[in-house]
Write a protein that binds this ligand. Structure first.
Ligand code: SF4
Length: 375
């Protein structure tokens, strides 16, 4: 299909070429452009590479909630913070299948399963997740997992089960990461992404704005993502949902203009990627979201909860789609459906690995206070 374009001049065509050598200064200059110029440029690049009236609806399922040993400053699922999130064990394959079918019938073409784990451990729980992947792939839905750090062998096993995407967010810049998380290192995030890249599973990696970071940090994260080769097929942009009890509970809500600028800049820096307007939509007006779609966002998460934080109701989203003339994206429109190999035919056996992911354990004052380790 020929996509409608406007302003397709030579400069925009050049800007649509994938670049892996963006500098922080260049990205900051893009982010700070006069808004009308930024919107025009991002929307033009978006139209050259995507259908502007198609937005993917994805569903995020928390298959194992709470009790996480990490100290991510934004996360209500970290066991050390007092957030009232009720933890539960890994869901059954049948429960996941029922929720995926419900999501499919309300327009979702992608299911992302999240488990509050530091890293994947070989064993019965991972085998159960592999079975969930097989089950959802057979429902003809794109299946994504976010399970923490994982080894190459684990990535291969997920690929074999029919996984379409693996999510592992960089969250923010390498420098600011140290102000938010002390229990794991940025290099391990990149290593996990590299392990996924060795398979045919697509990469989903993005971040969160509104954690107290600077525009330089936002640009730094985009430099890290854009320099990956290939660039991630999917980049979620989240606005922090400040949850009581977490170290970031007092952060001010992100202004819609910041979100629009971040989405537009992401679109310009990564023209082919699926930019996902993720957490924080409950605080955004329809007008604000419409500008994000115009600027290049082409996915939302549906369902009244995003893991543990509130999200708009799917019926409200469908009304918004109707009002804006948007159509939900069908599954596998970008990359074809992976084949599922049954457990008994697997080429990869569990190695029972015990990888040594790093534990920087530097001190982050606000994390210590929120976890009650400091008055
Ligand atoms: S973001 Fe993930 S790894 Fe970090 S505390 Fe939450 S569940 Fe654990």
């Amino acid at each position: 299909m020929e996509l409608p374009t406007f302003g397709t001049n030579k400069r925009l065509t050049i800007m649509s070429i994938i670049r892996h050598n963006w500098t922080k200064e260049e990205i900051i200059a893009v982010y700070n452009k006069p808004l009308m110029d930024l919107l025009y440029e991002a929307a033009s690049i978006h139209r050259m590479n995507h259908d502007p009236n198609v937005v993917q609806v994805s569903t995020l399922l928390s298959i194992k909630t709470g009790g996480c040993p990490e100290d991510c400053g934004y996360c209500p699922q970290a066991a050390r913070y007092h957030t009232g999130v009720e933890g539960n064990d890994l869901m059954s394959v049948q429960q996941v299948k029922a929720q995926a079918l419900r999501a499919k019938s309300s327009g979702s073409s992608r299911v992302c399963m999240g488990a509050a784990w530091r890293n994947v451990k070989d064993g019965p729980e991972f085998d159960q997740v592999l079975e969930m992947v097989r089950t959802i792939n057979k429902l003809d839905m794109e299946v994504c997992c976010t399970l923490g750090m994982l080894t190459e062998n684990q990535a291969q096993r997920l690929a074999e089960a029919g996984l379409y995407a693996y999510n592992h967010n960089l969250d923010t810049s390498e420098e600011y990461y140290k102000e938010v998380i002390s229990t794991r290192g940025y290099e391990d995030r990149l290593q996990t992404i590299e392990n996924v890249r060795k398979t045919n599973v697509t990469v989903c990696s993005g971040g969160i704005i509104g954690m107290g970071e600077s525009i330089e940090d936002r640009a730094g994260m985009l430099v890290a993502l854009a320099s990956l080769s290939p660039q991630p097929e999917s980049v979620p942009i989240n606005a922090l949902v400040a949850v009581e009890g977490t170290p970031l509970e007092e952060e001010k809500p992100v202004e819609i203009w910041e979100m629009i600028r971040m989405v537009a800049t992401t679109r310009i820096v990564m023209p082919h990627t699926q930019v996902r307007l993720s957490a924080g939509r409950t605080n955004m007006s329809r007008e604000g979201q419409a500008l994000c779609f115009f600027a290049g966002a082409n996915s939302i998460f549906a369902g009244d909860k995003l893991l543990t934080t509130p999200n708009p109701d799917v019926n409200e989203d469908m009304k918004m789609f109707e009002m804006l003339g948007l159509n939900p994206q069908k599954p596998f429109t970008k990359i074809s459906q992976p084949k599922t190999v049954e457990a008994e035919d697997s080429q990869f056996e569990s190695l029972g690995e015990k990888p040594r992911w790093s534990r920087p354990e530097h001190k982050i004052e606000r994390n210590l206070v929120a976890s009650g380790k400091k008055a």
